[in-house]
Design a binder for this molecule. Structure first.
Ligand SMILES: Nc1ncnc2c1ncn2[C@@H]1O[C@H](COP(=O)(O)OP(=O)(O)OP(=O)(O)O)[C@@H](O)[C@H]1O
Length: 255
């Protein structure tokens, strides 16, 4: 399934948050959205996910959802959103419960996503026993369990320390390389954007407009921290954002 955003604009009261967004989200690719604080990145993601309706413009879904898809648009949040009273497997089972799957099919899905995220031996652990990185792996496994058409990822690594972020980025690359998924990935972190994004959309400060779309052709599996080509892309993104980020920062401090 592909998504097409056409002339999307959004206001909260008198404040225009997003303006004239035209964007194609292609199947099997990771699209990153970067931009200064408050430029409307999370709002855009909520509109893509149908959690909020744009003031004007449209989000069109084209093409079929994947076979066995139980939830076409599935979120992964920064704060993991795990139920503390459910085990790892129980948290994953939760998203399958409404779908009346036969028990063996449900067990097979859970075993599959635990294996794909290297969590098999943690299936009976409780969230409180897990590090932040492991919690986010569980959240990723839970999202994969519904075989979404598009994963909507809102700063998924922001709550993690730098080393854990590196490990999770490697995990996401390995997951995508084995079975490409479609994702829209909002981040503040330009290093994440150049490691994970096939396309990177740079928004201006509020009201967010598309300033530039940067395409990176290097296969995800060949991208490594410290790669000069990636660093050049990152420097270009920062160049685009720098002045606007500073202005947005002042705006928030004065507001
Ligand atoms: N429900 C709401 N009601 C009113 N204003 C809102 C609401 N949600 C967001 N806003 C405002 O809309 C603007 C865009 O918010 P949004 O969270 O989408 O930006 P963002 O780019 O994701 O920000 P950040 O990078 O700081 O996470 C901000 O000024 C925010 O205060």
């Amino acid at each position: 399934m592909d998504l097409t955003l056409s002339n999307l604009t959004h206001r909260y009261g008198a404040t225009e948050v997003l303006s004239g967004i035209d964007l194609d989200i292609a199947h099997g690719r990771i699209l990153c959205i970067v931009g200064p604080s408050g430029c409307g990145k999370s709002t855009l993601l909520r509109m893509i996910g149908g959690l909020e309706r744009p003031t004007s413009g449209s989000v069109l879904q084209r093409g079929a959802v994947p076979p066995d898809c139980l939830n076409p648009l599935t979120y992964i949040f920064q704060d993991f959103a795990l139920l503390p009273w459910r085990s790892v497997a129980g948290n994953i089972a939760l998203v399958l419960e409404d779908h009346r799957l036969p028990g063996p099919r449900r067990d097979q899905i859970i075993a599959d996503v635990l294996a794909r995220t290297n969590l098999t031996e943690f299936r009976n652990a409780w969230p409180r026993q897990l590090s932040g990185g492991m919690k986010q792996r569980v959240a990723i496994a839970r999202a994969l369990a519904v075989n979404p058409a598009v994963m909507l990822m809102d700063e998924p690594l922001s709550a993690l320390d730098a080393q854990t972020r590196e490990l999770l980025m490697d995990d996401l690359v390995a997951l995508w390389t084995r079975a490409p998924f479609t994702a829209v990935y909002v981040t503040h972190n330009l290093a994440e954007a150049v490691r994970l994004g096939h396309r990177i959309v740079v928004l201006s400060r509020r009201p967010g407009r598309i300033r530039e779309i940067v395409e990176i052709d290097t296969p995800l599996a060949d991208r490594h921290a410290g790669d000069p080509a990636l660093e050049a892309h990152q420097a270009h993104l920062w160049q685009l954002m720098r002045d606007e980020a500073a202005a947005a920062d002042m705006e928030l401090q004065n507001g």
